[in-house]
Design a protein around this ligand. Structure first.
Ligand SMILES: Nc1ncnc2c1ncn2[C@@H]1O[C@H](COP(=O)(O)OP(=O)(O)O)[C@@H](O)[C@H]1O
Ligand SMILES: [Mg+2]
Length: 290
């Protein structure tokens, strides 16, 4: 008799498709993230990774498909997705530049505080109590990411790597069960990248599942239990780091080498054929001119 319990899905994307006019940026993507997992999402620029995140978080309403969090289908509204338990960071840092580090984290907490508008305006005892608790939790999170000593600094004065960490703290402030990270180490030096790796492990150890987009393959393969590779909006390969690392289609996708059956390969072949015939006629014209 087996005693292992089946991993329970935190996130389930089913057949998610996102079209912009004639462009299909994400095509029928299925992806599951289970409790306790760190899952990586890789793929060349323009593959549809950020668009997929936007579909998961309600920023975009998918053309087709559903997104479920812990078994419940999510309405495609960012605030409802956040209060359900999904938090994210952005590929381009989105902090309030003129707020302090602490204030930025407090902003992330507002979905979790129950105090109403009047209570806040009148600054009654309930509000002050909630505010004190929020403040304490925000400081705890700053401690966790190693920025407590800069709580009063304006966020715009932080070096880039620390701004990225602060974004993670702000996302954690909504007390998520799933954290989505869009290129968390972009622009970081190798030490900062390694520290971010440790931070993501620590987040996972606190019971938060993680889905991370990143171009740094060493980071991805060290960190992730599973990796999915998107190419031209389609999920090409999914598996353990070893499986994905050894898959020649993934290598080909990054190097831009077309392979048989690749998404868009037929179109690419047509374009190449057209270009080749165009080039030939140019050459022959030049030949005549000589
Ligand atoms: N709001 C939008 N309107 C039109 N096209 C978009 C929009 N967002 C993304 N795209 C297109 O979708 C494709 C995928 O982009 P993106 O998801 O940003 O890729 P990645 O994050 O993998 O680099 C690109 O061709 C991009 O131009
Ligand atoms: Mg992107």
């Amino acid at each position: 008799m087996t005693t292992t319990t089946a991993p329970s899905p935190v996130l389930e994307a089913n057949g998610v498709t996102m079209r912009f006019g004639g462009l299909t940026a994400v095509r029928s993507v299925d992806l599951t993230v289970n409790s306790g997992e760190i899952v990586g999402l890789i793929g060349p620029n323009g593959a549809g990774k950020t668009t997929f995140f936007n579909c998961l978080t309600g920023l975009y309403v998918p053309t087709e498909g559903t997104v479920s969090y812990k078994g419940t289908v999510l309405p495609p509204k960012p605030h409802l997705v956040t209060s359900a338990g999904i938090a994210r960071t952005f590929q381009n840092i989105r902090l309030f530049a003129n707020m302090t580090v602490l204030e930025n984290v407090l902003v992330g907490r507002h979905t979790r505080t129950k105090e109403g508008l009047w209570s806040a305006l009148l600054r009654g005892p309930g509000f002050r109590k909630a505010e004190a608790a929020s403040h304490e939790r925000a400081m705890e999170l700053l401690e966790f990411i190693g920025l407590a000593h800069k709580a009063d600094h304006l966020s715009r004065n932080l070096p880039y790597g620390e701004q990225r960490k602060l974004e993670i703290a702000r996302a954690l402030a909504s007390e998520p069960g799933l954290l989505l990270l869009d290129e968390p180490t972009a622009g970081m030096n190798p030490q900062e990248t390694r520290a971010t790796e440790e931070l993501v492990f620590a987040i996972r150890d606190q019971g938060i599942a993680v889905l991370v987009i990143e171009h740094d393959m060493r980071f991805i393969f060290n960190l992730c239990d599973r990796v999915a590779c998107l190419v031209q909006g389609e999920k090409l390969v999914e598996g353990t780091s070893e499986v994905v690392q050894g898959d020649e289609r993934v290598v080909a996708a990054y190097l831009g080498t077309p392979f048989e059956g690749a998404p868009g390969a037929d179109e690419l072949a047509e374009v190449e054929a057209a270009e080749a015939s165009g080039a030939q006629s140019t050459t022959s014209t030049e030949g005549k001119a000589q």
